[in-house]
Design a protein around this ligand. Structure first.
Ligand SMILES: Nc1nc2c(ncn2[C@@H]2O[C@H](COP(=O)(O)OP(=O)(O)OP(=O)(O)O)[C@@H](O)[C@H]2O)c(=O)[nH]1
Length: 319
């Protein structure tokens, strides 16, 4: 089924162009800081490469379970890794996407052990004692599927759980799951990288700085963090574990595409995530609000690939 409400962009040339001159969107944009405020951002910005790690990351799917949602039936995969102690997740739609590390037999385990950790096929029924679905005669592994839709999403407690209107993170997560369900298969990789990697406490400090007039980039700098501290090594290893080497990525973030491709995953298409407020129905009389400003800063200072609605171009111009 076709994707609705989005326009896609083939990715091969995009990636080459986005690799150029990317310095976290800062060097030539100093004039965008509101430096008239009493507090000033620090001047030294760590180079992007400083935050890239090597490729020794290993991941293993520890447990998987069925999650019925209002969007459809997903399987939540919980991963552990050798990089951090966080429980990164893959929210999978479609029986054709399987985890190698989950399916691999473990020494000494029983059929019930396999069932309890989610290494079964099909759907469980009360009383079931075999991990293989004996009623399932469809050989799904022999069917060719198009490259799946993938969303690599970073945790945002404020946007997703308490529905903060400072950002569009909650909306992005819902929309990604909706689009994946429409496609018939795909995955949301949910990374525990709260606040673009700075953690919730510093993100809340950044919010206070934003209320003083700083934007999301400057607030991070003030707290001695780069604008974006995230790393996608765990995400690419999870994609490998799910046998997804060619993907169609839901994102506006050029840095994300670059890091994923550097790790050997082919992003054959980028699907933009156009915020609802910025879609065609955008009300020209609306004078803008906090999420508009947040999104605008991502476009102007973090090179996010989005068109700013004309009605918002004239506002929030920093002096
Ligand atoms: N430091 C900081 N992090 C924020 C702020 N608002 C949202 N976030 C975090 O930003 C992350 C989401 O990143 P975004 O820049 O919105 O989007 P993206 O993932 O880079 O790009 P897309 O794929 O296009 O959505 C989540 O981890 C949020 O917690 C903020 O004001 N300051």
């Amino acid at each position: 089924m076709p994707i609705t409400n989005v326009t896609s962009t083939k990715c091969s040339s995009t990636t080459a162009s986005i690799k150029k001159n990317f310095t976290n969107g800062l060097t030539n944009n100093r004039h965008l800081f509101r430096t008239s405020d009493a507090i000033k951002p620090p001047s030294a910005i760590p180079p992007t490469s400083f935050f890239k790690n090597n490729n020794s990351v290993k991941v293993e799917c520890q447990v998987r379970a069925r999650i019925p949602t209002s969007t459809g039936e997903f399987f939540l995969h919980l991963y552990r890794n050798n990089r951090d102690n966080k429980e990164h997740l893959a929210v999978v739609y479609g029986d054709n996407i399987r985890s190698n590390s989950l399916d691999a037999p473990r020494p000494g385990e029983s059929e019930m052990d396999r069932i309890v950790r989610g290494a079964y096929r099909g759907r469980l029924k009360p009383g079931q004692i075999k991990s293989e679905d004996i009623n399932d005669d469809s050989n799904i592994s022999s069917i060719e599927f198009p490259p799946p839709l993938v969303r690599i999403h970073s945790e945002c407690f404020t946007g997703e759980t308490v529905h903060s209107a400072r950002c569009d993170c909650g909306e992005q997560l819902d929309e990604a799951m909706r689009l994946i369900q429409l496609e018939g298969h795909g995955v949301v990789i949910y990374l525990r990288q709260e606040g673009r990697g700075i953690g919730l406490a510093d993100k809340l400090r950044a919010y206070n700085l934003q209320d003083l007039g700083h934007d999301t980039v400057t607030a991070n700098l003030f707290l001695k963090h780069p604008p974006d501290l995230r790393n996608y090594d765990v995400a690419t290893k999870i994609l490998e574990d799910l046998n997804l080497s060619n993907i169609r990525l839901l994102t506006n973030n050029p840095d994300k595409i670059e890091q994923i491709e550097d790790a050997g995953i082919k992003v054959i298409e980028r699907i933009p995530m156009v915020p609802i407020a910025w879609q065609k129905s955008h009300d020209p009389k609306r004078i803008g609000n906090e999420v508009d400003q947040y999104l605008k800063v991502k476009v102007e200072r973090m090179r996010h690939l989005l068109n700013i609605p004309e009605t918002l171009l004239h506002i929030y111009r920093a002096s």
